[in-house]
Write a protein that binds this ligand. Sequence first.
Ligand code: FES
Length: 369
Amino acid sequence: MAEKAQWQELGAADEFAKQELSEASLGKQKLAVSYRDGRFGVVSGTCNHAGGPLGKGRLDGDYVVCPWHNWKFHRCTGKGEPGFEEDCVPAYELRVKDGRLEVRLDTVTQRAKKPHAPHPLARKIERAPGGMRVAGISTTNMDEANPRYSTSDALLGVALEHARDALKCDTKLIRLSSLKFRNCEGYYSKSANACTWPCSITQMDDQDELTEVYEALVHWADVVLVSTPIRWGVASALYFKMAERLNCIQNQITIRDNVLIRRKVAAFIITGGQDNVQGVAGEMLCFFSELGFHFPQFPYIAHSRGWSAEDMERNVAHVMHSEELRTGAQMLAARAVELAKTLVATAPMEEKTARGGRKAYRLEIERSP
Ligand code: FES
């Protein structure tokens, strides 16, 4: 004898018909209910990618678009968008009975996740054998085709040269002005889980060039030297554009207790025609400490001629010819490399960091799937 169909009521059909897409609940399960061209569709409300709430997304034709990272699933069949059909979410048979929308529980299709190759950045973090590695990140804005003399960039060059020639380190210079990368688009504001490692943008957009910075910070470097000019009392706009995209590293600590940066040292070079060195240094120290970096004693060098010195030509000439600043940049690199050597030699890689400060509590979200 045939099994009796199992129908479960979701609610008034005409209420669901008022919106193209809405979220409904079936016990603990979320569903995405759609209504278009006089026809209902009901699929699971949980996205295959990172669990985004499909019922809170939008419709693109007959596809439900996830509000987190825009994966698409057919609103009636649950199948992924063309080319990704095998990547599907459960779809429900439905009917309208006595004005109520009902779904059938005994014929739900299966969820299937087409394997997606993990992004190369997601690989295990293991320090490759070899000597010390120093990455310099220059955050000043620059017309790459017509470069100008930048005091912060020049001193970073001095520090890297010293690390390479005198300290026998591998070095790498990354100029943010030569990279094309998108602004952080606020995935964390949608949901803590929507901000992923690797960065959601990096995973979705293979043209985005911030990958080079992530590679250097998380996988390659033992020491990161960051240089910035002072603009209106704060670090450069490119510094903040990068910092916002590094939120995903910090967010892993917050929501997963997953510390990506270990045994690494950061130090800073800050120059400005006018003042606020300590304010800029304080901000950078705060941010990089939240990422998990260590700092050498005296973790930054800086130069500023102060509020009344608006003569930029002399400022540039001063830095160009200052032996004191050259030596300062070299010694900053030396202090940072010395600390990194100690950390690499003595700190275990698989350590679990004891939680402290702002991270001393567990978030509810860590217990969610
Ligand atoms: S696209 Fe749905 S969670 Fe990422």
